[in-house]
Design a protein around this ligand. Structure first.
Ligand code: FE2
Ligand code: FE2
Length: 184
């Protein structure tokens, strides 16, 4: 697979480290083990900043328009479906944030609410990543030419430069630390 798709697939692997941490936190909460509220927020903040604002943004503002120009349909097609899933994922992150805030205040129902939203989020995002890795990115790798791919990489660099002083490597480090501490 060519470089721009290799980059996006690698980001999926980084997102998955955060997802394994989230899964580990859910297992603890389901088993009645207290987890500090700050950990819930750390995972939510990582997911918001890296999965949504960075990775999904790259797909929506850079990759998908290229694919659309090369004939992959948006409305009623795979690109629209992927964007719709990004939107639901965003809403679920909002639910997670709300549940985490209640959890921090000591609300007794909050852990259950958090786990419910987290399970829905995990299921959706795991399936979403699988579809992109195995279908959309393969298709994109075939239909984009070398010029498109070089332009994609340049546009990705532009998104990197807007990370507010952070680098993709910073997020990788955060993801690894979260996974190491919380995945089961
Ligand atoms: Fe996506
Ligand atoms: Fe993705």
């Amino acid at each position: 697979m060519s470089k721009p798709f290799h980059i996006l697939k690698h980001e999926h692997r980084v997102i998955e480290r955060g997802l394994r941490a989230l899964d580990g936190v859910c297992m603890r909460l389901e088993g009645g083990t207290a987890v500090p509220a700050s950990v819930l927020f750390e995972i939510i903040d990582f997911t918001t900043a890296f999965a949504d604002r960075y990775h999904h943004r790259k797909e929506e503002t850079v990759l998908f328009p290229f694919l659309e120009r090369r004939g992959i349909p948006r409305e009623g097609g795979p690109l629209g479906a992927m964007e719709h899933e990004h939107q639901i994922e965003r809403e679920l992150i909002g639910d997670l944030r709300q549940a985490a805030a209640l959890y921090r205040e000591g609300d007794v129902t909050a852990a259950t609410r958090f786990v419910e939203a987290a399970r829905a989020f995990l299921q959706l995002l795991v399936g979403h990543i699988e579809k992109e890795d195995n279908i959309l990115f393969r298709l994109g790798d075939e239909i984009l030419d070398d010029e498109d791919k070089a332009a994609l990489i340049e546009s990705f660099k532009q998104v990197d430069s807007e990370l507010g002083g952070r680098t993709p490597e910073d997020f990788e480090r955060i993801a690894s630390e979260l996974e190491e501490k919380w995945a089961m």
